[in-house]
Design a protein around this ligand. Structure first.
Ligand code: GUN
Length: 272
């Protein structure tokens, strides 16, 4: 698996810089009891252990105030053991996510969510790549898919996936369309796609009828059904009959997001 290879590489590099006295450190903050967030945070911690990073988790109660959370981030901004700060989203409704993200210093913003980092991504000269979009680009590269001139359609315009994804594809000379909940003729637009990236958060919404024969389908969704099964935003069994290539859920994009986060943490430590 690509993600495993990246983690193995990072492990090797980490062993080398540890010999020089640098231990990459990641602080992960989770607020409240969102089960999906808990599962992501556990995976991030596990990856740190595997690679040999120092990691620290802050599991804060649901009723944490914005001021308390900001104070913790400010403390971590100054903490020399910590090179990357990750605040798991979504945050409880009473906390302004934007305010919290803006509090993380850009040098430790391993999610690349801070406006300074978002701006750099837009320009194409960045320190950190946004984790999920960069993970997807790595999968595309690994599959030797040439993006130049291709029509890439993204469903979803979030700051975490849709918007930064469009920029990374654009930097590779793709023609990019971003669709969202107000898009007219969604199915017809998707059927034009050579590469379809689905990040809507609706279980199995996209089936074969959205997909052009031979298209590359990238499923960013992770949804838990009432029977406990994990499924993507794409109906895999239907879609794989027409797609030229398709990422599974679980095991497709998710592990790549974590691999990029680990890469960014090493980058942050080396820059320091
Ligand atoms: N919630 C869903 N995806 C992400 C991510 O990549 N980073 C953070 N911090 N929160 C998320």
């Amino acid at each position: 698996m690509v993600s495993q290879r990246i983690k193995d590489q990072l492990k090797e590099e980490t062993a080398k810089i540890k010999a020089q006295g640098i231990i990459p450190g990641l602080a992960v903050i989770i607020v409240g009891n969102n089960p999906a967030s808990r599962s992501y945070v556990n995976s991030k911690k596990k990856a740190c252990e595997l690679i040999g990073y120092y990691s620290r988790e802050y599991a804060l109660p649901e009723e944490t105030t914005e001021e308390e959370l900001k104070a913790l981030v400010q403390e971590l901004n100054q903490d020399d053991q910590i090179h990357g700060i990750l605040v798991q989203l979504p945050l409880p409704k009473h906390i302004n996510e934007e305010m919290v993200i803006n509090t993380i210093i850009p040098e430790k913003d391993v999610d690349a969510f801070h406006p300074a980092n978002v701006g750099k991504i837009m320009i194409g000269n960045f320190d950190f790549l946004p984790c999920t979009p960069a993970g997807i680009m790595e999968l595309i590269k690994e599959s030797e898919i040439d993006l130049e001139g291709k029509h890439c359609v993204i469903i979803g315009r979030s700051n975490i996936v849709g918007k930064p994804m469009s920029m990374l594809l654009l930097h590779k000379n793709a023609t990019v369309t971003i669709c969202h909940s107000k898009t007219k003729n969604l199915k017809e637009v998707c059927k034009e796609a050579d590469v379809l990236v689905v990040a809507v958060g609706r279980p199995q919404m996209v089936d074969a009828s959205y997909i052009k024969e031979g298209a590359v389908v990238i499923d960013v969704g992770i949804n838990r059904l009432s029977d406990g099964r994990l499924v993507g935003d794409v109906d895999f069994d239907s879609a794989e009959k027409v797609a030229g290539a398709i990422t599974p859920v679980p095991g497709g994009v998710g592990p790549m997001t974590i691999a990029t986060l680990m890469k960014n943490t090493l980058t942050a430590a080396l820059k320091k």
